[in-house]
Structures are given as structure tokens and as C-alpha cells.
Design a protein around this ligand. Sequence first.
Ligand code: NAD
Length: 366
Amino acid sequence: MVEIKEVELKKENSIFGQISEYNHEKVVFCHDHDTGLKAIIGIHNTVLGPALGGTRMWTYASDAEALNDVLRLSRGMTYKAAISGLNLGGGKAVIIGDAKKDKSEALMRRYGRFVKNLNGAYITAEDVGTTTKDMEYIKMETDHVAGLPESMGGSGDPSPVTAYGTYMGMKAAAKKAYGSDSLEGKKISVQGVGHVGGYLVELLAKENAQIFITDIYEDRLREISNKYGAKVVGMDEIYDLDVDIYSPCALGATINDNTLSRLKCQIIAGSANNQLREEEVHGPALVEKGIIYAPDFLINAGGLINVYSELIGYNRESAYAQTERIYGYTLDIFDLAEKEGIHNQLAAMKMAEKRINSISKIKSRY
Ligand code: NAD
């Protein structure tokens, strides 16, 4: 008896240990036997507004891995919204399962009902493994869903806006490194030419940059290469290229112990989330190497800005105008980092926290 209690206590401690480490407000575990739904919704912080973030569907190796992912991603959304000046909190959700095999209308609608039960504290959207069709199913059960197709009055594909913000952040980093934000003639490697990477290459080509691209999909590489004159390189070769700018637009954690010693660029600016494998290790390591890092959650916020504008009355031009401000915000972060002698990612986190703390104070009184 005693033994069982101890085991249960340890398990509970480890879940709450993780939740309190990231300082989440609420984590909801959703289960439905009939549809096979297993989901976790993480609401990190709602000081600035309702927690908005996509729902990811993924085959996690364990429940602990799923929990860890949702906690990290939802915290990232808090920072992204705060630093972008949006009145949104940070949240994210994961559905555990294979997006190709385990999805059904009933599962998505059951999940939608869990979102509905949160009464607007969490607003969901698309993410890896979920589609606009899934959002349509969720919408049948709750209004707390954003990023709907344009045909349903939504803001549609956020990727062009995300690419534009990433481009703005990259130009700000160029200004810092070279004294001019022109990317003409600069050698730029783009890792992943999917939705965001493809639009980014288009913007870079317009500025006559020398572009190098890599991806898993050969057809997509050929298409982008033919359209914009980008040179195709190998998936691993990208880390050894002698380029000015490296732009991770595929996966997270590509800046790590293995890749750091190989990178020869002066700037890293890309759209991928969580690019630094360990913020407190690889953030300072980049400073030591003299590489200017444009914080990921700041420069990839265009998509969130676009979705946010759907909630307040969608207007594409104003979404782009607000995304353009990423240029100035990125320069502010570089200044703060220099002034405080800290790495850029930490400076961006501090800036976001400062806004959350100051707004939380004004909310405490009428
Ligand atoms: P996507 O799936 O359309 O594109 C990613 C591309 O990367 C795919 O073409 C894929 O084949 C490729 N890829 C995967 N692993 C790779 C590897 N090891 N090497 C090279 N290429 C690889 O995704 P997306 O919507 O373009 O998003 C790209 C990144 O930006 C993701 O990390 C995403 O989380 C982040 N992001 C996207 C948005 C958005 O608006 N779509 C917003 C914020 C952040």
C-alpha cells in the first residue's frame, strides 16, 4: 500500500514539477474512449488575453514527451504574442496520434468540445498534423478557433506573412552586422523550402541574394530552384556552407553541439520554432562565435499576427504593416542584449516578460 502511494506521489510530482518549471496556468488532459482522443491543452499565460496557439497532431513516443512538447510550445506562444504587442496569451495543444491514420470527424469534434469547455481561455488554430479541414470540424463545436480558410471568412494561409516577418528580422540582423540591411549579393542558405521557406526564397530572390536551398522533397527543391535560381545543396551539407546567413525554416533544435562548430555564417535568421537546442547553452555560444542570432519567436510571429487580426476583423494590409514592425523590434533586442551583456534570445524573453508584467499591474485596478 505504502509503496503504491509513493509511486503515485512521485509521478504527480513530476507532472507538477514540469508545469511549475514553465509556470503554466492550466494544463488540461482530454480523453475520449469512443473516438480514441488523447490530447493535452497547455495554457501558459493569459495576462495579455486569451491563450492562442495551434493544435499539433503527432505520434509521440511517450505521454511525457507529448506533455513536454505542449509545455514548451505554449510558453513560446506567450513570448511570441507579448513581444509582438498582441493582446493574446500563450497556449498550444497536442493530440497524440498519427495524423494520417487516427484522425476522424468525430475525434476532431470531440476535441472541439474540450476547447469549448474552456470558455475562450484557449483559442486553437492549425499546426503540424492538422489542417483547415480539421479546423472546420472544430468550428462545428466551438467558436474558439482561428486560422480558418478565407472561404469561411478566415485569414487563410499564414505562411506568406510569417515569411515576410522572417525577412524583416533577417534584414534587421544584416543592418546590425553590415551597417546596411540590403541582402543583395549576400549568400543565404534556407533549410526547408516548405510553406514559409518557399515564400522567403521568393523575397530573397527579389533582392538578388545568392540562395542555397535544401529539403527532403526533391520535387519541391526542383520547383523552387527553377523558379528562383537557387542552388540545391545536401541536407547535411548546409551546415558547412560558407554563407553570410543561415535560415532554418524546417525543424527546431538545429543549433546544437554538433552543428555549432560547423556554421560559418555571421547571421542566423529563420522561421523554425525553438531553433536553439538549449537556450542557456547555445544562446551564449552563438555570442562567443560572433554570430548574430535573430530570436525565432520574434521573427516568425507574422503568422500569429495574421491570425490575431482575424479575431479583431481581418485586414491583410494591417497584418503586413504590423509584421513589418518586426524589423524595429529586432534592432531593439540587439540593443538590449548589448546593453545588458546577454544573448539575444534571453533579451527577447526579457522584453516579452517586461510587457506581461507591466500589463498585469494595470489589470489589478479599475
Ligand atoms: P512545412 O512543413 O510547409 O515546411 C517545412 C519543410 O522542411 C518541408 O518542405 C520539409 O520537407 C522540410 N524539412 C523537414 N525536415 C528537413 C530537414 N531535416 N532538412 C531540410 N528540410 C527539411 O512547414 P512551414 O509551415 O513552412 O514551417 C516551417 C517552420 O516554420 C516550422 O518549424 C514551423 O513550426 C515554423 N513556423 C511556421 C509558421 C507558418 O506560418 N507556417 C509560423 C511560425 C513558425
